[in-house]
Design a protein around this ligand. Structure first.
Ligand code: ATP
Length: 448
């Protein structure tokens, strides 16, 4: 049995990263696409890079960054993650640092596997405004490789690729990401090479126990609807488990309380944009939508929900420019109940990814649903007492109403069409954690 003591995270200090002294320059290294469906993980490559550069005496400026990009791009391996590491580097050691990174990327990737386009970018100094803008767009747009290549040339960023050039998109987006606005952390424990591909031996009850103790400062450990443990992936990649939350010290403590029954190769803490909703920040018009973008649409329900075989709920929303199908799929659990309760005229804001439906019509896969204003139903509601606000009862056919508490009489014509018998209330609704994207902001972080 392995329990990871907090002190075992020897690769990284928990103290603030001190401003480096000396004459070095800031070297930002972006890495993407070193993994494939057959194995590997770019976070693992970045962990090795971080350790190697630290071992050689380069001074880290921050934790390594794990940046999730547009989750709708169809050519991603899993969660569209790109990585960056940030070091202070003396100018006469730049080549040494770059060569060390390239060697690790070559060692940990296999570009002969289709759709694996390992890429590294080296940015010296601050990102240009154009790079920062590009990084923001990579969260919700689909970007062409040609544009990334042009930008790298213009911003004087050195690039290194094996296979195709597509990995440059993620690598550039990762070095120029804005972590200041919001960020979280993830501690990842990795498996040894021999164990990759076998069932992960992490005790689920110990994860549930850890969740009940640290659930207020960590997120998405356990799905509350099904009690399913969510910390481990299922593929052949080297990630054993990851715990997410707002501060590194809590994450290491939480990890130390999980019972692991296989060897742990290494542990690394990442600063991330998990749980920040950074991909659903752009409001769009229905008429301008393109497949695979993320979008936030505000409009009125114009076709009430229908429930398809399998439990998927589809309804349509209309803004000034057009009408759009919205889908709450079976995996979105209790969110479907809310979607099912909508009626024509409800004012809502829906966020999610745009896909093409079976008839080539754009469909928004709902990741978040805000009910802004409920439409009135065609049912009359009994009035409230004007004196004490208590509910009133009818005094008989064609008669007025009388307050149940204080007896005040209210005339018949105070009957109003209402919303109180609706099965939904204004508010923000999200799917359960088991169907969250990495970027989805959990309800526990909504107020931040
Ligand atoms: P993992 O999460 O396991 O690291 P992944 O899901 O991140 O894998 P990758 O293998 O990195 O998948 O593939 C994603 C590819 O998509 C990369 O080549 C990356 O450069 C590219 N990419 C990322 N964001 C965008 C975007 N907004 N538009 C176009 N391409 C993108």
């Amino acid at each position: 049995m392995t329990r990871i003591a907090p002190s075992q995270n020897t690769h990284i200090g928990l103290e603030d990263f001190p401003p480096p002294t000396g004459n070095g320059i800031d070297l930002h290294i972006g890495i993407d696409d070193t993994d494939s469906k057959l194995g590997g993980c770019t976070t693992h490559t970045a962990a090795l890079v971080f350790e190697e550069l630290s071992r050689r005496g380069f001074v880290p400026l921050d934790f390594p960054w794990l940046v999730r990009l547009n989750p709708n791009v169809p050519w991603k391996t899993r969660g569209n993650g790109a990585l960056s590491v940030h070091f202070n580097c003396e100018e006469n050691r730049l080549t040494e640092a770059e060569d060390a990174v390239k060697e690790i990327v070559e060692r940990t990737s296999d570009p002969s596997i289709p759709s694996t386009d390992p890429a590294v970018v080296f940015l010296k100094g601050h990102p240009t405004p154009a790079l920062s803008e590009f990084s923001k767009r990579a969260l919700h747009d689909v970007i062409k490789t040609k544009e990334a290549n042009k930008l790298a040339r213009e911003a004087d960023v050195d690039t290194f690729t094996l296979g195709g050039r597509r990995g440059i998109i993620g690598a550039l987006a990762a070095v120029a990401y804005d972590m200041e606005t919001d960020h979280t952390f993830e501690v990842i424990a990795y498996r040894t090479k021999e164990n990759c591909g076998t069932r992960r031996n992490v005790d689920p009850d110990s994860v549930r126990k850890m969740d009940s103790k640290y659930g207020d400062r960590t997120f998405n450990n356990v799905d509350p609807e099904t009690r399913r443990v969510l910390v481990s992936p299922h593929g052949p990649d080297p990630v054993l488990l990851g715990i997410r939350g707002d501060d590194p010290a809590t994450l290491l403590q939480a990890l130390s309380e999980v019972v692991i029954r296989e060897p742990v190769e290494r542990v690394m803490l990442f600063k991330t944009n998990h749980g920040t909703d950074a991909h659903i920040t752009v409001r769009r018009d229905v008429a301008g939508l393109r497949p695979y973008e993320s979008a936030v649409i505000t409009g009125r329900v114009n076709r009430p929900p229908i429930v398809l075989k399998g439990g998927h709920v589809i309804f349509s929303v209309q803004d000034e420019t057009g009408s759009l199908d919205c889908a709450a799929y079976q995996q979105t659990g209790s969110l479907r109940k809310v979607a099912r309760a909508l009626i024509s005229g409800d004012l809502i804001q829906v966020s999610g990814g745009i896909r093409l439906g079976p008839l080539d019509q754009a469909t928004l896969n709902i990741e978040k649903l805000e009910v802004v204003n409920l439409a009135e139903t065609n049912q009359f509601e009994k009035p409230r007492c004007p004196r004490c606000s208590h509910s009133c009862e009818s005094m008989g056919r064609n008669q007025g109403f009388r307050c149940r508490k204080c007896g005040t009489r209210v005339p018949r014509n105070s009957l109003r069409l209402g919303t109180s018998n609706r099965m939904v209330e204004p508010g923000i609704y999200a799917p359960p954690p088991r169907s969250h994207r990495h970027l989805t902001r959990p309800l526990s972080r909504l107020s931040r």
